[in-house]
Structures are given as structure tokens and as C-alpha cells.
Design a binder for this molecule. Structure first.
Ligand SMILES: C[S@@+](CC[C@H](N)C(=O)[O-])C[C@H]1O[C@@H](n2cnc3c(N)ncnc32)[C@H](O)[C@@H]1O
Length: 214
């Protein structure tokens, strides 16, 4: 299984998982096959995507899955799921889905493929605390995996807002920072110093963080 999906699945543990935007159904089916939950509610805004998950479940003999077509958590009732996964979409889409969060969820496992900083800002200003937040590498790409729950956490530092809370001895994190540094340097070299205040600020943070790697 791909690294990103394996990392997400490793956090799933509970009675009922709601996999919002399940698409292929690998998380939904994997959670049942690994005995991580008793039941899954697999949802997707697209009926076509959900049919992929249905086909995988049938092929794998995963019977305890309730399939629902609909937008975000509108297809869930309060108390139906204690673990929720929202993965493989942009941070802004995840924010929109989290704004309809249901009661009774003990753990959210979120994995945005862009705009992770915006998502962190949203979570910490809307009654969620981030319990862990780290980078995984899958193929050539890096993804954030953010575990959060309802509650009040401390304000995030600029470093936590941009990068999450990674182990500074983790080689994947070091590789990610170097890639982000190269991206900033490229943008600054193309657009010039006057037009890249944001990138220069980020570059400074990245370089400070690189200097602290173990
Ligand atoms: C790229 S797939 C990700 C599949 C899987 N969660 C993963 O991480 O590999 C994104 C899926 O999210 C679904 N989606 C996008 N917005 C959604 C929403 N508001 N509610 C439910 N599903 C949504 C899309 O239809 C698509 O099937």
C-alpha cells in the first residue's frame, strides 16, 4: 500500500470510521480488513467515485460498509462516527467539510495535498487542537498528515503553521524542507526580491529549521 494511505490508516482506531471523499475505497476497506474499526461509512460527493469503493469492497469481501453519496459530513448524523478521515483533497475543501463537523467524533485524520497552513489556521481558530502533524513521502510527493480533535490547543508557532510538528531527526522531513527551500529560491530568482516578500519570509523560516535538524 502507498505510504500516504498506510500512514493515514495507522491512525484509524475506533468503532465507526467515516471516510469522507473515499473515492477508490482503499482506506475504508483497509480499515476493516486490518480490524481497526467495526464498521465504515464511506462517502463521496460523486456517485461514480463511490462505485469504485463499492467494487473494491465487493472484491475484498468487506461487508460492513455503508455507502453514502453526498457533500462532506452532511450525510452523517451526530454520534454515527468516532473516527473521521478526510484525505486527498485541498486544504480549503477540507476546511469547508470541517465546518460541518458532527458531534461524537473523537479523532479526525486529515491529509490535505495543498494549503496545509490554511487548514492549520482554520482548525486552531475553530475549536480543534492538533494532536500530531507530520510529513510523509509517497513517490516523489510530500503530504501532511494532521491528527486533530475537538478542544483548545496552544497557538501555533510560525514553524508549526508552515511545517507541522515533525521530528527533526526524520530524514523525510529534512528532504521536504530542502525541496521547499529550492522552490522558494526558484520563485525568488524568477520574480525578483521586490515581489517575493512572502517567499523570502518562508525561506528564512526554512533555513532556520534546516539549521536545527539533527
Ligand atoms: C483524490 S480523491 C481522494 C481519495 C482518498 N480519500 C485518498 O486520500 O486517496 C478525492 C475524493 O474526494 C471527493 N470529494 C471532493 N469534495 C468532496 C466533498 N465535499 N464531499 C465528499 N467527497 C468529496 C471527490 O469526489 C474524490 O473522489
Amino acid at each position: 500500500m502507498r505510504q500516504r494511505l498506510a500512514a493515514i490508516l495507522s491512525h484509524v482506531r475506533g468503532r465507526t470510521l467515516a471516510d469522507i471523499g473515499c473515492d477508490h475505497g482503499l482506506i475504508a476497506v483497509g480499515a476493516l480488513k486490518q480490524g481497526r474499526v467495526d464498521k465504515v461509512i464511506a462517502t463521496d460527493i460523486s456517485a461514480g467515485s463511490l462505485s469504485k469503493a463499492r467494487a473494491l469492497a465487493a472484491q475484498e469481501g468487506a461487508v460492513d460498509i455503508d455507502f453514502r453519496v453526498g457533500d462532506g459530513m452532511s450525510v452523517l448524523k451526530d454520534g454515527e462516527a468516532d473516527v473521521v478521515v478526510i484525505a486527498g483533497m485541498g486544504g480549503r475543501e477540507i476546511i469547508s467539510i470541517m465546518s460541518g463537523a458532527r458531534r461524537g467524533v473523537e479523532k479526525y485524520i486529515l491529509s490535505p495535498h495543498r494549503n496545509a497552513k490554511e487548514l492549520r489556521e482554520y482548525l486552531t481558530s475553530h475549536g480543534f487542537k492538533i494532536d500530531s502533524d507530520y510529513i510523509v513521502k509517497d513517490g516523489k510527493h510530500f503530504y501532511s498528515v494532521i491528527i486533530c480533535s475537538e478542544g483548545v490547543g496552544g497557538a501555533l508557532t510560525p514553524r508549526e503553521l508552515y511545517f507541522g510538528d515533525n521530528d527533526r531527526s526524520d530524514k523525510v522531513y529534512a528532504e521536504y524542507l530542502r525541496q521547499e527551500r529550492d522552490k522558494c529560491l526558484y520563485v525568488i530568482s524568477k520574480a525578483g526580491e521586490e515581489k517575493t516578500a512572502k517567499e523570502q519570509e518562508l525561506l528564512k523560516l526554512i533555513e532556520e529549521e534546516i539549521a536545527l535538524l539533527c
